[in-house]
Design a protein around this ligand. Structure first.
Ligand code: PLP
Length: 457
């Protein structure tokens, strides 16, 4: 039995939570999550909550997987740790790298045979910056330093990760971005589509902002473009179908590298092993983390496509970069066991198939709710925008409170749904059944109705 009040007071006294107003928790107390099973988590007071955020976009295979605990236990008893710095390696790290190479579809000269490990998405994106700049140095083009990203993107919290990210609130703290990182607008049709412009027309126009930026910076100075297949933490911004083909055309035209940040979108989230498969583009580098272990152990990395790997391997000499936990044997053993579960249970295929179609169909029904401007899904991510006036599509702009009100009603009634400004987003575990989806929808409707009543009061 957990003493909730004691844990809350110790929490408040000692634990500085990420992305939290440190004084906000004082007095009120954080909700203490004590256990989890399947698609549910429980708090210390016995409330059951349907976790439609998969923790933080990571518990793709669901909670309570004994196989993953067994894999960790067995590896800890055999070899809990060893480094991979000094011409040493370990079995799970090698096997996982080979497994990832076998899962990544061949995309010509970009095909993925190599993995550079870290422990998180943020570190992996720092590694990306180092590798991309090293690549151009080795090719005798050291002036190619600029990495283009997108506004409102989230690429992590380290100095380079937060700089690649396009969140103004993060840039305002810590004098960011670091030099040679610049941003373009995100492909958000609901916000930036022009009157009379179709989503497909908008997709091409939004991709064109990349070309404009390349020309403004100077094509010979641009090293890479980084983006998520579907922007996640920025509010689940799903690009129109024309966006990625046009981005591909532009990066190819100027010969710049393409980094696909798949910390959220890989490992079945969009119905494929990797998010780039969903949209059919060809990245040079793929960032992964989170669901590689379904969140059971911290693990991340970069899949390095052959175009870049060849130069780094053949011409690079020593790469002066790495982490104590690069290729951590326990994390990699859990990653392997997790991928085995996903393969056996065909979780990516499930999202791609009948259950994914049911999820999309039920979520689309939200478009009829008076508080919803538009509700969309892509694989097992969903986003909706809350509006003041449905007919006129009037936003609650600048009023982040509305999302938090809705999130509060979700949480209060046993559903975890996240708020990003005036957008509500979900990314449920890939093991959701039809019954779980029905329950999720019932709770979303309840939260929307309660939010509407509160706003009218
Ligand atoms: N990149 C993306 C797209 C993310 O969504 C996140 C985290 O949410 C990160 C990078 C950072 O990952 P981490 O929190 O593991 O450092």
């Amino acid at each position: 039995v957990v003493d909730t009040a004691l844990i809350q007071s110790l929490d408040s006294a000692h634990f500085l939570h990420p992305f939290t107003d440190f004084k906000d928790l004082n007095g009120r107390g954080a909700r203490v999550i004590t256990r989890a099973e399947g698609v549910y988590v429980w708090d210390s007071e016995g409330h059951r909550i349907l976790d439609c955020m998969s923790g933080l976009w990571c518990v793709n295979a669901g909670y309570g997987r004994k196989e993953l605990a067994d894999a960790a236990h067995q590896q800890m008893m055999t070899l809990p740790y060893y480094n991979s710095f000094f011409q040493t390696t370990n079995v799970p790290a090698v096997q996982l790298a080979a497994k990832l190479a076998s899962l990544a579809p061949d995309v010509g000269d970009r095909s993925f045979q190599h993995v550079f490990y870290s422990s998180s998405g943020s570190e992996s994106n720092d590694s990306n910056v180092r590798m991309v700049r090293r690549y151009w140095d080795l090719l005798g083009q050291p002036q190619r330093k600029v990495i283009i990203s997108r506004n409102n993107a989230y690429h992590g919290s380290t100095m380079a990760g937060a700089s690649l990210g396009g969140m103004s609130g993060m840039h305002a703290q810590g004098d960011l971005p670091i030099p040679n990182i610049t941003h373009i607008e995100q492909p958000y049709y609901f916000e930036n589509g022009l009157p009379g412009e179709t989503a497909e027309e908008f997709g091409v126009r939004a991709a064109g902002w990349l070309e404009e930026k390349i020309l403004a910076v100077g094509p010979d100075k641009v090293a890479a473009f980084i983006a998520e297949p579907v922007q996640g933490a920025g509010g689940v911004i799903i690009p129109p179908s024309t966006y990625w083909p046009e981005i591909q055309r532009i990066v190819d035209k100027y010969g710049i590298l393409l980094i696909s940040d798949e910390v959220i979108c890989a490992f079945g989230r969009l119905g494929h092993w990797f998010g780039y498969e969903k949209f059919g583009y060809k990245p040079d580098l793929v960032t992964f983390a989170k669901a590689i272990t379904s969140g059971y152990m911290p693990l991340g990395g970069v899949m390095v496509g052959n175009r870049v790997a060849k130069v780094l391997i053949e011409q690079g000499g020593e790469f002066n970069h790495g982490y104590t936990y690069s290729g951590h044997p326990v994390a990699c053993a859990v990653g392997l066991a997790n991928l085995e579960i996903m393969e056996r249970e065909q979780l990516p295929q499930k999202v791609h198939g009948e259950i994914g179609a049911y999820f999309a169909q039920r979520y689309a029904e939200l478009n009829d709710h008076p508080l919803v401007g538009v509700a969309e899904t892509c694989g097992f991510v969903g986003g909706l925008v809350l509006v003041k006036d449905k007919a006129r599509k009037t936003r609650f702009h600048g009023d982040d409170g509305v999302g938090m009100i809705c999130r509060g009603h979700c949480f209060q009634n046993g559903l975890i749904m996240r708020a990003v400004g005036d957008r509500m987003i979900i990314a449920p575990p890939l093991i959701m059944t039809r019954a779980d989806i029905d329950e999720m929808m019932r709770l979303i409707y309840l939260a929307l109705d309660l939010t509407q009543t509160e706003l009218k009061a």
